[in-house]
Design a protein around this ligand. Structure first.
Ligand code: PLP
Length: 400
């Protein structure tokens, strides 16, 4: 059975981490992985997460029984409030609900499955570029995957005209995957005015908006402000899906904490949508894990924990901002050819540096600095200690 199996290509970001781990060089830097790092270059377990974990460890009422297929109700409801705002009319009208999922990835998978199998969607649009798994998941389901222009390499910014024109040319009923905020990998988001124009086209062309919300809090440091695009679409009367991930903003990467929120036209429709999504979950992973989502639920449902968490998110966002400023200053001070203003203009965890594959290769080989071929770097992998080393290496890569 197995003898003719071809080797599947490696997943770049994981292969990069492996290469970094295997490299004995003392100054090596991993700018590839999409995870927060402290200024000491270490993963950060948020203090509020630690507190709740300790409480859970001492709680004799907790056990390892299966959760319901739709997950923890308090978690799902708190996630919806975090996304839409507690005062959202859609919540008051009882036409929004959700299901717990295995990370943002699991929620995207189940959401796209639902749109394919139950709604009959066959075409999905993703941004060029986008998080690699958008295409992978869509193709695995059987979608015809198409792209809308997003990044303008000359401008080092958003190609809004290309974006809107590609959506205008999309067939009715196509799904559009939209990054809610802190676009991965470019770090460039549409303005509010641009979102409003996108919403018009999406409505006019009868496209289906599917938001991917993996970085709430990382764009501005403010959780409410970062959810604005989804809230705006709800205000405009859209039915939509949104895959929320707490991997980044809670630092719960391996706990696989996600929530799939669906907003529908009525309470009755919402109930039917939920029943279908539950069936897909049952057939996919049966029911979700408890640990991470219970932590999130405890924090979101307790005002004092929530306050502490909001501050932690701000801490992460501000450290990233500081690294942007420092790298920018350093490259300017070195006189590195080219304009590096995009480093401070971009937002969220990543910067799309504009470094080409040859320059990336130079950084990996000569300086043991690991980054994706696209030139995307994780800003918080920069630290006070390695920043000069990285800036000098970039300078060398650009001028060699
Ligand atoms: N969506 C985007 C844009 C991401 O960058 C990521 C993770 O890097 C995800 C979704 C998936 O998140 P999770 O790890 O929760 O599955």
């Amino acid at each position: 059975f197995f003898s003719d199996v071809d080797l599947s290509p490696p997943i770049e970001v994981f292969a990069l981490t492996q290469a970094y781990n295997d490299d004995p060089h003392p100054n090596k830097v991993n700018l590839g992985v999409g995870a927060y790092r402290t200024d000491e270059g270490k993963p950060w377990v948020l203090p509020v997460v630690k507190t709740v974990e300790n409480q859970m460890a001492a709680d004799p009422t907790l056990n390892h029984e299966y959760l319901p297929i739709a997950g923890l109700t308090d978690y799902v409801n708190a996630s919806i409030r975090l996304l839409l705002g507690a005062d959202s009319p859609a919540i008051a009208q009882n036409r929004v609900d959700g299901c717990q999922g295995i990370g943002g990835t699991g929620c995207i998978r189940v959401g796209l499955d639902f749109l394919y199998k139950i709604i009959g969607c066959r075409v999905v649009y993703v941004s060029t570029p986008t998080w690699g798994n958008h295409k992978g998941i869509s193709k695995a389901i059987g979608y015809d995957v198409r792209e809308y222009r997003y990044w303008d390499n000359d401008k080092r910014g958003l190609n809004f005209e290309g974006y809107i024109n590609d959506l205008k040319a999309a067939p009715s009923g196509a799904v559009v995957l939209l990054h809610t905020c802190a676009h991965n990998p470019t770090g460039v988001d549409p303005s509010k005015e641009q979102w409003a124009k996108l919403a018009e086209v999406i409505k006019e062309k009868h496209l289906f908006p599917f938001f991917d919300c993996a970085y709430q809090g990382f764009a501005t440091g403010n959780l409410e402000a970062d959810a604005w695009p989804v809230r705006y679409f709800v205000e405009q009367g859209f039915e939509l899906l949104c895959a929320q991930s707490y991997s980044k903003n809670f630092g719960l990467y391996n706990e696989r904490t996600g929530n799939l929120t669906f907003v529908s036209s009525s309470s009755d429709v919402c109930m039917k949508v939920k029943s279908q999504i539950k069936t897909i979950i049952r057939q996919t992973w049966s029911n979700s894990p408890n640990h991470g989502c219970r932590i999130v639920s405890t924090v979101l449902n307790n005002p004092s924990f929530y306050e502490e968490w909001s501050r932690d998110v701000k801490t992460m966002a501000e450290r990233i901002l500081l690294m942007r400023q420092r790298l920018h200053e350093k490259l300017k001070a070195l006189g590195t050819p080219g304009n590096w203003d995009h480093i401070v203009k971009q937002i969220g965890m990543f910067s799309y540096t504009g470094l080409n594959p040859r320059q990336v290769d130079f950084l990996v080989k000569q300086y043991h600095i690991f980054l994706l071929k696209s030139g995307r770097i994780n800003m918080c992998a920069l630290t006070t200690k390695n920043l000069d080393y990285v800036a000098n290496a970039i300078h060398e890569a650009v001028t060699e």
